[in-house]
Ligand binder design. Structure first.
Ligand code: 9MR
Ligand code: 9MR
Length: 566
């Protein structure tokens, strides 16, 4: 049988068996729902399998409050199944409700502000991933752990050596977050992650100013989100070579460490290769943060230093415009290699212009500008656009008008897709970290809502969070520590090695995709990308966590909550 035929047969069997168990008996209907909570004054949608035509909703005292009929089933080629939408928006009183259908029951929560706990946990996750610091039991509960990776003795790798800092030179580069389930620290990925958290702070200041998450270094003068972000920013600023302004691509062991606790992962650490991408991302982040730091008396000096470093980094990039990152032969940790830097040039130029007012950076930004795309570690043009659109002094500028219209047309397209998508999201493909793409799309939608005030945008972002919290083709609530069908086995070294059953909470799992099938050789994996996810620690391609995936979750959960307090 040829591949196409067997794939077709496989799909038919999958469809036919959607409502059967292994013996072909009728099994429970499928119901997919946001397992954390729905917002009271907002659209509420659950998904059911084709066998369900009506859902009865009962309140906590058992009284029927709604009978909602299910829409016609719609097939999604990406999930290989058909689902029906059920609109529960008529529920307008907060509380717990039971959904009853075909003999099965599920409970949903309807709340004024359902996402506060997710927002707090998503910020706290960064604290749990701090390098060079113990997690105290007062703040970390069962996930308390010893400190690892002080990074006060870090070697200059041959790929990064020059006459000022020859191979083997020792430098100090402490603090910062571990990138993900591994223990390394990568500038490219730190750039977007740190920026996204600062963006959340700027876009929803009232909300994040008062959000307290329990940090050992918290104080009343700074929002906790800023305190957490500073922990990484301080590390980022150590990654510049003061001699020439170039920035090391990463701080890493030569190979990934084993699945041990941070203090047991003691292999030598190196700074590897300066690269144009890391240097531009550094310049953008440092320049952007300068503007924020200068608002706090005790951080003014750090802000001024950050700006000087940003300028120096940009100058280095001008002299070394094409130094792409190539993984040295003896290094096998994350590469974050990107060979298209137009967007990094745009972002850095935009931020340097905003921070200095110097027209030369504006001219550069204009020359690199292209219609933005969804943010990702290798795609940062939207970040520059958000910063420019946020600057009130530019709002009458003709070029900025163009940016705004390009940005809104991008978000409008996303919203249109989500309206017709069977699962109510804007994804049309599934990449590594697919859940983060959902969250990043939602971030753009919330920003568009701030720009225009249109409900359509935040409703679509709300549908994205519903997806992440359980209303997806796998039925998992993808944030650790939350949900009825919980993710338990993230590819996260501390969660694997700490002996605690529950994983470290607040992390967004990478999510379904079909990029790598070999990570868990014995696991059954769907061939359909939206279902191709396994909650197994071996599955680094679907079940790792990462700072650039959690940052847009912070923005989304906090942003939605914040919009509701208006
Ligand atoms: O554990 C590694 C994880 O943290 C990385 O994100 C991932 C992708 O680079 O790689 C994991 O390491 C795997 C390696 O790439 C291939 N061999 C198996 C390793 C994990 O068991
Ligand atoms: O998020 C990254 C993804 O886009 C890449 O395809 C993948 C393989 O290179 O690497 C991912 O990033 C990992 C990084 O290399 C190492 N730390 C964990 C990151 C998340 O898996």
């Amino acid at each position: 049988m040829n591949t196409l035929k067997s794939f077709f047969l496989f799909s038919m069997i999958t469809l036919w068996c959607a409502a059967c168990d292994s013996q072909g008996e009728l099994s429970e209907p499928v119901i997919l729902y946001n397992q954390v909570g729905y917002m009271v004054d907002a659209p509420k949608m659950v998904l059911v399998s084709p066998d369900v035509t009506e859902v009865i909703v009962r309140n906590a005292s058992g009284r029927e409050v709604l009978r909602a009929s299910a829409d016609a089933p719609v097939y999604w080629p990406l999930s290989g199944d058909s689902v029906r939408k059920v609109n529960l928006s008529a529920i307008d009183v907060p509380g717990q409700y039971r959904l009853v259908m075909n003999g099965a029951e599920r409970e949903i929560n309807v709340l004024e502000q359902p996402f506060t706990d997710v927002a707090k946990a998503a910020v706290k996750a960064f604290y749990y991933n701090r390098s060079g610091m113990a997690v105290d039991s007062v703040f970390g509960g069962p996930w308390a752990r010893l400190a690892g990776h002080p990074d006060t003795i870090v070697y200059v790798h041959a790929s990064a050596a020059d006459e000022n800092r020859p191979t083997g030179t020792v430098i100090s580069s402490p603090m910062g977050w571990y990138d993900a389930g591994d223990y390394n620290k990568y500038i490219v990925n730190s750039g977007i992650s740190t920026y996204t958290l600062l963006r959340a702070l700027q876009d929803f200041p009232d909300y994040f100013d008062q959000l307290r998450i329990g940090l050992p270094d918290a104080d009343s003068a700074h929002p906790d989100l800023l305190t957490e972000t500073l922990y990484n920013l301080k590390w980022v600023l150590t990654m510049q070579d003061p001699n020439d302004g170039g920035v090391y691509h990463k701080l890493t062991t030569l190979k990934f460490e084993d699945f041990v606790m941070p203090h047991q992962a003691v292999n030598k650490r190196f700074v590897v290769s300066k690269s144009t991408s890391a240097t531009l991302d550094f310049a953008a982040l440092a320049a952007h943060s300068a503007g924020i730091l200068c608002r706090y008396n005790d951080l003014v000096e750090m802000g001024e230093e950050a700006l000087l470093k940003a300028i120096k980094a940009y100058d280095w990039a001008l002299k070394n415009p094409d130094l792409l990152y190539f993984q040295p032969g003896d290094v096998s940790t994350g590469a974050y290699d990107d060979d298209v830097l137009t967007d990094e040039w745009f972002w850095a130029s935009a931020e340097l212009f905003l921070a200095t007012g110097d027209q030369k950076y504006l001219e550069a930004a204009k020359s690199y500008y292209q219609r933005p795309s969804i943010p990702g570690w290798s795609q940062v043009d939207a970040l520059g656009v958000l910063s420019l659109l946020d600057d009130v002094s530019l709002k009458d500028d003709v070029w900025i008008h163009q940016l705004k219209s390009d940005f809104l047309s991008l978000v409008d397209e996303l919203v249109e897709v989500s309206k017709t998508s069977p699962y109510g999201i804007s994804l049309s493909s599934f990449e590594w970290g697919s859940n983060s793409r959902v969250a990043n799309e939602a971030m753009l939608k919330l920003f568009a809502c701030k720009l225009t005030g249109s409900d359509d945008y935040w409703h679509s972002a709300l549908s994205d969070i519903d997806y992440l919290l359980g209303r997806n083709a796998t039925g998992y609530c993808f944030v650790t520590g939350f949900g009825d069908k919980k993710v338990m086995n993230i590819h996260h070294r501390p969660s694997i090695a700490d002996g605690v059953v529950e994983p470290v909470p607040g992390f967004l799992a990478g999510g379904p995709n079909t990029v790598v099938f070999a990570d868990c050789p014995n696991a059954e994996r769907s061939l359909f990308p939206a279902k191709s996810y396994v909650d197994l620690a071996c599955s680094y391609s679907t079940n790792e966590i990462a700072i650039n995936w959690n940052a847009p979750l912070v923005y989304l959960a906090g942003g939605l909550d914040a919009l509701l307090i208006k």
